[in-house]
Ligand binder design. Structure first.
Ligand SMILES: [Zn+2]
Length: 314
C-alpha cells in the first residue's frame, strides 16, 4: 500500500487517502483530532452521533518509549511498564472527554466469542467483541494490525467494538456481533453505522492455508486477495513448481504468498448482512506502512504497542 503523506498539523485535518465512503458534501469520512498531546482518528459518521463517544488511538505521544520516541501504548505488553500503559489509557480517555466512563477491555484470543457488557467488569472477559446498551461504559478492543470495528445502532442506541484478525474475519465475528445485537436489543442492520479503523492493508501476506480457508467460506474471497490466489486456494498446478527444478540443489523456494485485505472482507460481510454501504466507513491507513503513526506487530514484532478503538454511550 502506498505510503500516505503525513497528517496535517491543523487541529482537525483530513487524512490524505481517507476519502472512501465520503459523504455527499465531499468532506472526508475520517479525521484526526488532536487533544492532550495525542492524535485520535475519528469516523465522521460516528462523530455526528451526539449520544456516543468513539475514537481510534494512534502512536505518537504517551508515556511509553519506543525507538526513543514517546508512544501511546494502550496494551499491557511484556516490554512496557503497567504504570505507563495505565497513564496512556488515562490520557486517551481524557482526549475523548471520557475519563468518567469505566473502560471495558477483553482478553482477546482471535475467537468469535462476544461479550455483552451491562456493568463495569472487574476482570477483562475472554472474548473478541463487546456490545453494550448501557450508558456510561467505554468499550475497547486492542489491535496492532487486526481490524478494529466499531458499530452503532442509531435507532436502539446500542454500540459494539469488534477485534477482527484473519481468524475472526474467517469466523464472521462482525456478522455474529450484529446478530447478537439483534437478539439482545432488536437491532436492524439498516440502522447500523460502522467504522473499520486503521489496520494492516493490502500488504498483509498470508500463506496457502489462509487462502484455502477463505475460499472455502466466501464465494467472493478472490476479491480480497492480491497475488496467485486461485493457485493457492484451489490447489491448482502451482506456478512456482517449474522454478523449483531450476534451483541449485539444497535451495528451496519459499512457498508463494498472497496478500489479504481484511477490511475488504469485513466490509463485504457487513453489506451482505444488510448494513447499507453508505453507512460503512473504511479507513485506508495501513499499520504496517505507517509505523510513524500506528503500531504493527507484523512489521515490528513483539516489541510494539497496541492501538485501541473505543466506543460508548454517553
Ligand atoms: Zn501496508
Amino acid at each position: 500500500m502506498a505510503r500516505a503523506t503525513k497528517t496535517r498539523s491543523s487541529k482537525r485535518g483530513p487524512m490524505k487517502g481517507e476519502g472512501r465512503a465520503a459523504p455527499r458534501n465531499g468532506s472526508p469520512a475520517w479525521a484526526i483530532r488532536r487533544a492532550r498531546g495525542v492524535q485520535v482518528a475519528e469516523s465522521r459518521a460516528l462523530g455526528k452521533l451526539g449520544w456516543l463517544v468513539h475514537g481510534f488511538s494512534t502512536r505518537p505521544g504517551g508515556a511509553s518509549v519506543l525507538d526513543g520516541k514517546p508512544a501511546l501504548n494502550l496494551g499491557f505488553t511484556d516490554w512496557d511498564e503497567r504504570e505507563r500503559v495505565a497513564a496512556n489509557r488515562e490520557k486517551f480517555a481524557a482526549a475523548l472527554d471520557a475519563r468518567e466512563m469505566p473502560l471495558v477491555t477483553l482478553r482477546q484470543f482471535h475467537s468469535d466469542v462476544i461479550h455483552v457488557a451491562a456493568a463495569p467488569c472487574t476482570e477483562a472477559p475472554k472474548a473478541d467483541a463487546l456490545i453494550t446498551g448501557t450508558r456510561g461504559l467505554l468499550l475497547g478492543v486492542q489491535t496492532a494490525d487486526c481490524v478494529p470495528i466499531l458499530l452503532a445502532d442509531t435507532r436502539r442506541r446500542v454500540v459494539a467494538a469488534v477485534h477482527a484478525g484473519w481468524r475472526g474475519t474467517l469466523a464472521r465475528i462482525v456478522v455474529k456481533t450484529l446478530g447478537r445485537m439483534t437478539m439482545e436489543f432488536g437491532t436492524r442492520a439498516r440502522d447500523v453505522v460502522a467504522a473499520l479503523g486503521p489496520a494492516i492493508g493490502r500488504c498483509y501476506e498470508v500463506g496457502p492455508e489462509v487462502a484455502q480457508a477463505f475460499a472455502a467460506q466466501f464465494p467472493s474471497a478472490a476479491d480480497w486477495f492480491d497475488g496467485p490466489f486461485e493457485q493457492l486456494a484451489h490447489g491448482e498446478e502451482p506456478l512456482w513448481l517449474p522454478w523449483l527444478t531450476m534451483m541449485p540443489p539444497g535451495h528451496v523456494l519459499p512457498p508463494p504468498r498472497v496478500q489479504l485485505d481484511l477490511r475488504a472482507s469485513n466490509r463485504w460481510q457487513l453489506t451482505d448482512a444488510g448494513v447499507p454501504e453508505k453507512q460503512i466507513a473504511v479507513s485506508e491507513l495501513c499499520t504496517a506502512c505507517r509505523t510513524d503513526l500506528l503500531f504493527s506487530y507484523r512489521r515490528e514484532g513483539a516489541k510494539t504497542g497496541r492501538l485501541m478503538a473505543v466506543i460508548g454511550i454517553k
